[in-house]
Design a protein around this ligand. Structure first.
Ligand SMILES: [Zn+2]
Length: 457
């Protein structure tokens, strides 16, 4: 009887944790086109394991809640700990389950990866279209170089699903990344249960990095066994050590003065957009000197290769300033993508917003509305302000009365104190000032554009 009661409790809990409130994909006609309006729509699900689920069963899990529970699992009361344990059967929520060869886990992963591959091909074709529309007699060489990059990006799969490997790959949360060194893109399993539109936007953003103002300024060099951008200003690759003999093809870099998207790059720095702050030459030099000094190798003998590269950058910076300014992570960096600069992030968002706008134009109004809405889910589950306070409170109420409690509460309180404002200052801006600045999205969502925001073009 006791076991039965427990099973019933688990079932009830799973129901409350898993069943989000009715799926809505509507900001509400006439509402402001901004991030906070979105957050209000999800507010009812902020403490649930599932933040959003559409009619096709594609869903956005509430990873903030799940990971916070996970973090404090040793201190949860028994009942809650058991309930949490019962949830750990989905390999796309807990990808470490993929270490097991269980066929249902493997099958689910494979099926969803295939869905993502189909979306990947669609996104690539759509980005190429957006690039073609930009072509003129003055920039055709550069546009063609960008198209060649986009067409040659490939998807790469994770090789290990141990907790450590997942964390090292950045897959402890729903994440995706573009790796310039081999020109591939990886999706973390946690993204794969999301709606098509969310995956579409994530892929568009990541492919966008292959042509962002920093990465695109470097040559794309393909050798027999690998692809490399050997001269990325801030990469730990020394050009002298790259084996050029093995080279089979090369796509030339697009230098800043020839970038066909220069007007966008300028616009992204304006107050009506995301106000990317590029470091001045003086700031960049000071930053490089500081890095050299902090590395502790000031002598010339047996120098750390990183220092060699930093010194070379300092030597060449006067002629390379613009390029390095686009790549620098020294200012205004986005905490989520610390390998990329805010300029790179903003450009990748911008190109994905253009690609989404083009995609929406081919849909009827109902479909374009749900697509526009679902496109932003990944950022929302991480960063809606005011969610964390309630999530924190919910978790505190499920702590064991034992010894864990004091330190645990302190940890939880400390952990989230500045989270909304400090960790992801950029998400609000990115959604409100890049995506919702696009007239096509405003139309699809029937929201009210802000007078202080303009779309870059
Ligand atoms: Zn990025």
């Amino acid at each position: 009887m006791q076991a039965e009661a427990l099973m019933q409790q688990i079932a009830d809990f799973q129901k409350t944790m898993n069943n989000p409130n009715a799926a809505v994909c509507d900001l509400g006609s006439g509402q402001d086109c901004d991030f906070n309006t979105y957050c209000k729509v999800f507010s009812g699900n902020r403490k649930n394991a599932v933040l959003y689920e559409n009619a096709q069963g594609q869903k956005m899990m509430n990873f903030n809640v799940l990971s916070t529970y996970d973090l404090f699992s040793p201190c949860l009361d028994d009942e809650t700990a058991n309930k949490m344990k019962a949830l750990e059967t989905d390999p796309l929520v807990f990808p470490e389950l993929l270490q097991s060869q269980r066929s249902d886990y493997q099958e689910k992963y494979k099926t969803q990866l295939e869905r993502a591959s189909g979306i990947f091909r669609d996104v690539k074709a759509q980005i190429v279209d957006v690039l073609k529309q930009r072509r003129s007699s003055a920039n055709s060489k550069e546009i063609d170089a960008m198209i060649a990059r986009v067409q040659s990006v490939e998807m790469s799969a994770l090789k290990s699903f141990s907790v450590q490997a997942l964390a090292e790959a950045g897959c402890d949360l729903p994440n995706a990344f573009y790796e310039p060194a081999d020109h591939t893109l990886t999706l973390c399993p946690q993204i794969l249960s999301a709606p098509d539109a969310s995956i579409y936007m994530t892929l568009a953003h990541e492919i966008g990095h292959s042509i962002d103002p920093c990465v695109v300024s470097q040559n794309l060099e393909k050798t027999k066994d690998t692809t490399k951008y050997p001269f990325t200003p801030f990469a730990n690759v020394d050009p002298d050590f790259v084996d050029h003999k093995n080279q089979t093809s090369i796509v030339s870099g697009v230098i800043p003065d020839k970038n066909p998207f220069d007007s966008v790059i300028q616009c992204l720095q304006s107050p009506q957009s995301v106000e990317v702050h590029l470091p001045s030459l003086v700031e960049l030099k000071a930053n490089l000197r500081k890095q050299i000094q902090e590395s502790g190798f000031s002598g010339d003998s047996e120098e750390d290769p990183t220092v060699t590269i930093l010194k070379r950058q300092l030597r060449d910076i006067d002629s390379n300033y613009k390029k390095m300014g686009y790549c620098s992570i020294s200012t205004d960096e986005d905490g989520k993508d610390s390998d990329h600069s805010y300029m790179q992030e903003s450009f990748a968002d911008w190109i994905s917003s253009k690609v989404l706008a083009a995609k929406l134009s081919g849909m009827d109004s109902a479909r374009s509305k749900s697509w526009a809405f679902e496109s932003q889910l990944i950022g929302l589950q991480l960063s809606c302000p005011a969610f964390t306070a309630d999530q924190k409170e919910a978790i505190v109420s499920h702590l064991s009365p034992g010894a864990c409690k004091t330190t645990k509460i302190q940890n939880i309180l400390m952990r989230d104190d500045n989270k909304d404002s400090a960790d992801h200052p950029a998400w609000t801006k990115r959604v409100s000032k890049i995506f919702l600045a696009q007239p096509a999205l405003q139309k699809a969502l029937q929201c009210k554009p802000s007078a202080n925001v303009k779309a870059c073009n």
